[in-house]
Design a protein around this ligand. Structure first.
Ligand code: HEC
Length: 109
């Protein structure tokens, strides 16, 4: 199975099936809608992730950890990266959304 149902079918068609190749996908309106957050929050989370999460170890990609895993890991890693509480939330939301996007837009709620 690949793809996923979305009102943004046209976008998915263009993206193709299995061709969502960016492992650290840009924050999109679709992601924001799925997560019920502002796109700007996802963008902040992505920037935070890009800037802070590769200093002590190889970057762990969003796809590598499932949303529940991120939920339990991020508080600890945010402390490592010295993120404040709202930055921590932004990173977590982004990673969960990006995980879903990379795996075919079957985002969890
Ligand atoms: C100050 C160093 C440091 C920073 C910054 C840091 N980490 Fe880590 N990370 C570690 C260490 C050390 C471990 C190994 C064990 C532990 O402490 O849980 C780890 C483990 C992990 C793991 C578990 C890997 C596995 O295979 O079990 C993930 C996922 C992870 N980090 C993601 C992140 C993310 C995402 C960020 C950015 C918010 C981040 N880390 C920032 C030090 C850091």
């Amino acid at each position: 199975m690949c793809g996923g149902k979305s009102i943004f079918g046209a976008v998915l068609l263009l993206a193709g099936c299995g061709l969502v190749s960016d492992p650290i996908p840009e924050a999109t309106p679709e992601m924001a809608l799925e997560m019920g957050v502002e796109q700007a929050q996802l963008e902040r989370g992505r920037e935070m992730y890009l800037a802070n999460c590769h200093h002590c170890h190889e970057r762990v990609l969003p796809e590598a950890v499932d949303p529940e895993g991120w939920r339990s890991i991020i508080p600890h890693m945010a402390k490592n990266a010295e993120l404040n509480e709202s930055q921590q939330t932004d990173v977590l939301i982004y990673l969960m959304a990006a995980h879903g996007t990379v795996h075919g837009l079957n985002l969890e709620h």
